[in-house]
Design a binder for this molecule. Structure first.
Ligand code: UDP
Length: 337
């Protein structure tokens, strides 16, 4: 049995990862979260389900005053870092928030874990490091050319990890997420952003009648139906990849950078058709102009993940939408929306 730190463990993806690890192993975790966007409700649901295997430390990401005393008391076998702000638009008008949390606090976290001789670090990176790709599907060899501050923060941490990777006491995996959606079928945890900006949760909220309409951003892209194309993967597939990445770097003792996508693109219209079919709701869609900073097409090459991790996305868009729909319905029935 091992003990892991999960930074950002009260957020959407972090909490799903904790649930995945609880269900597939006998390990223990400490969730570190300052609850700025993470939810205590997620921590409580996980504690209720998994009891004494879940520890919670309310703390900023790299706070030495909280983390040093905590780490002096226990042995930790690896760190999974999900604790970043992730709204592209917000990163443009409040860059300090992004550079401080995503970069400065992450550097502090890295310094602390090195001081405590924790060698294995799995980092949530993003397709945003690529900016507007020259070729599709995007391979990991493509140049990093982020076009917003969010993508720049992820690039900066990748650069720091590369600089550190010569050290014997540090090995990392950088996982470049494409579009993550859905939640675990048991609905113990799920996606709750405020404000919500992502297509699938907004669409299911609209289907539930919580919004008057859905704004479709951009119908003049150079794509078959004129709307932007993205590569969506189910959060449970993503969590599985995190564990595979951890095992890989532990065994191979070498750093790893991989895309996590399905190599299959869906247009915004295709996603909305799926949401309308699954939910049975013909909600209103209003066509609007492009959202600034949105590339036309983002599709991952998933060859490297297949080769290095033996991993590929298995769950369909329909499964992502079905679980997102079930989650929103449950929250609505529980009076939480
Ligand atoms: N989108 C949209 N309406 C919305 C939210 C998103 O048309 O209310 C579009 C967005 O412009 C992009 C795609 O859906 O082309 C996926 O956006 P999302 O924010 O989910 O993920 P991103 O690709 O920006 O990470």
């Amino acid at each position: 049995m091992s003990h892991f730190l999960v930074a950002g463990g009260a957020g959407y993806i972090g909490s799903n990862f904790v649930k995945y690890l609880m269900d597939t192993s006998d390990h223990e975790v400490t969730l570190i979260d300052n609850l700025s966007t993470g939810r205590m409700e997620a921590v409580e649901s996980l504690k209720e389900q998994y009891g004494s295997r879940i520890f919670f430390l309310k703390s900023d990401l790299g706070d030495p005053e909280k983390l040093h005393p905590y780490l002096h008391k226990r042995t930790v076998d690896g760190v999974f870092h999900f604790g970043a702000f992730s709204l592209v638009g917000e990163s443009q008008y409040d860059p300090m928030k992004y550079y401080y949390n995503n970069v400065a606090c992450t550097l502090s976290l890295l310094k602390i874990i090195l001081e405590h001789e924790i060698r294995h670090f799995v980092f949530s990176s993003s397709a945003a490091v690529y900016g507007i790709p020259e070729k599709t599907p995007i391979t990991e060899a493509a140049e990093r050319k982020p076009i917003n501050h969010y993508g720049k923060t992820k690039t900066m941490i990748e650069e720091v990890m590369e600089a550190l990777s010569g050290r014997e006491d540090f090995v990392y995996a950088s996982l470049r997420y494409f579009n993550v959606a859905g939640t675990d079928e048991e609905l113990v945890v799920g996606e709750c952003h405020d404000p919500e900006t992502h297509l699938i949760p907004i669409a299911v909220k609209t289907a539930l009648g919580l919004r008057d309409h859905l704004a479709l951003f951009g119908t003049d892209y150079p794509t078959p139906d004129g709307t932007a194309v993205r590569d969506y993967i189910h959060v449970t597939d993503l969590c599985r990849a995190h564990w595979a990445a951890f095992e890989k770097i532990r065994k191979a003792n070498e750093p790893l950078t991989v895309n996590l996508g399905s190599a299959r693109g869906y247009s915004v219209r295709e996603v909305l058709e799926t949401v309308q079919r699954v939910t049975g709701s013909r909600f209103r869609i209003l066509e609007e102009g492009r959202r600034p900073g949105d590339p036309p097409v983002l599709i991952a090459s998933s060859e490297k993940a297949k080769k290095e991790l033996g991993w590929q996305a298995e769950r369909s868009l329909e499964e992502m939408v079905t679980s997102a729909w079930a989650w929103e319905k449950k929250r609505s029935e529980d009076g939480l929306l």
